[in-house]
Design a binder for this molecule. Structure first.
Ligand code: XUL
Ligand code: CO
Length: 434
């Protein structure tokens, strides 16, 4: 036992509590739409923001002071893991997620990197068995170290591609060993700064080939989880190849990986791409590619990817509405890819951030489930498209041509009259639930 969270109790569900560190909505055993709330939401803590990130921003270095700093030895990596699992116990969330670089020092060579990772994976394994905490997904950090500055799989240097292939193999092995339910690829450096020095065609081919290798390896080792790509339009690269759900969908198709790769969709990334979160979720659901989510928002004034804990119930409710409508998560879940504000120095702040996020999501989920059960939105949508249910309309879509349709427009004197989209009424409807 460390003393990092001394004085902080296990977080409990108490709907009447006035404590800022209690769940008033997150009640794991509550049944919604025939399923436990915990099993709907499948919360995960992100190791990188909560334990590896030191509070720096582009204008200043670290602000936090943690007993596991400096993060350059295995001794510190183990202490960090001890504290992490203590937090998991306090929160009671079922899952966590990590990058290789979050959990163990990278060392000076690939063999050293691999040894360190394997050692900490064994340490995690023991803790997971003892506590019951599970791994939602593992991933490789192929964006922080300077070797990745010009790309990971899309690098002009084939040795970097090779390094990345070996790295992802290690991270997939680690994920498999820990019973991880998904493996995520986010390509922060898979893009470019300037076309003046970039062969875009070649780089995309490299990324596609890399993804094929990842899928091949998944089958080779019998990994049962999903391979998920996390779209993001930019930051850190000026232009990233995995721009948004639609772009990733076309990439998956182009490289023949339909049915093999789905998506991890992040709220803040959706906004950066100029979409709403619910748009990206609905798009992914339409393609059958809705895998998992990173539920963290940006600061809408600054426009940066500020990775804040979710704190807006109506936003979250609309997201879960799309997720529930699509049938809910299978291997996916709700990962908080969220960090404290850099002035939030205390151990208690870490707990408060997660408690608030879990409670906001629970409130949003309850609203979403109630809307779905009530059926008001679906009824309005069906009524809006009812014309398409008629035989003539169906036949037009299936068998029509521009000439045959023109004949009918002339013969029947078709002259459409616009009808209200009723947006305000529907917004009032949603407001009744959130
Ligand atoms: C970066 C981001 C990553 C991925 C995992 O914006 O979202 O943390 O979730 O690499
Ligand atoms: Co993310």
């Amino acid at each position: 036992m460390t003393n990092f969270f001394d004085g902080i109790d296990k977080v409990a569900y108490d709907p009447d509590s006035t404590s800022d560190l209690a769940f008033r909505h997150y009640n794991p055993d509550e049944i919604l739409l025939g399923k436990r709330m915990e099993d709907h939401l499948r919360f995960a803590v992100a190791y990188w923001h909560s334990f590896a990130w030191e509070g720096g921003d582009p204008f200043g270095g670290r602000t936090f002071d943690r007993p596991w700093y400096p993060q350059d030895s295995m001794e510190m990596a183990r202490l960090k893991a001890d504290v992490a699992f203590e937090m998991f116990d306090i929160l009671g969330q079922p899952f966590f997620c990590f990058h290789d670089a979050d959990v163990a020092p990278g060392g000076d060579s690939f063999p050293e990197y691999k040894r360190n990772l394997e050692e900490i994976v064994d340490y995690f394994g023991e803790k997971m068995e003892a506590t019951g905490t599970r791994l939602l997904w593992g991933t490789a950090n192929m964006f922080t170290h300077r070797r990745f500055m010009s790309g990971a799989a899309t690098n002009p240097d084939p040795d970097v591609f090779a390094w990345c292939a070996a790295t992802v193999k290690s991270c997939m092995d680690a994920t498999q060993k820990l019973g991880g339910e998904n493996y995520v690829l986010w390509g922060g450096r898979e893009g470019y700064e300037t076309l003046l020095n970039t062969d875009l065609v070649r780089e995309r081919q490299q990324a596609g080939r890399f993804l094929q290798m990842v899928v091949d390896y998944k089958h080779k080792i019998g990994f049962k989880g999903q391979i998920l790509i996390e779209p993001k339009p930019q930051e850190p690269s000026k232009h990233q190849y995995d721009f948004d759900v639609n772009t990733v969908y076309s990439f998956i198709k182009e490289f023949g990986l339909e049915g093999q790769v789905a998506m991890n969709i992040e709220q803040g990334h959706a906004i950066l791409a100029g979409h709403s979160f619910e748009h990206e979720l609905a798009m992914a659901a339409a393609f059958g590619l809705l895998g998992s989510i990173d539920m963290n928002r940006n600061d809408y004034q600054s426009g940066w990817d500020t990775d804040q804990f979710p704190n807006n119930v109506p936003e979250v409710a609309l997201a879960y509405y799309e997720i529930l409508k699509a049938g809910g998560f299978t291997t996916g879940g709700t990962n908080f890819d969220a960090k404290l504000r850099r002035q939030s120095l205390d151990a208690e702040d870490l707990i408060a951030g997660h408690v608030g996020a879990m409670d906001v999501c629970a409130r949003g989920l309850k609203a979403a489930a109630a809307m779905l059960e009530d059926g008001g939105l679906e009824a309005a949508r069906s009524a809006r498209y009812a014309g398409w249910d008629g035989d003539v309309a169906r036949d037009m879509l299936a068998n029509g041509s521009l000439e045959s349709i023109t004949e009918r427009v002339l013969a029947e004197g078709i002259n459409p009259e616009p009808r209200s989209g009723q947006q305000e009424r529907l917004e009032n409807y949603v407001n009744r639930f959130v």
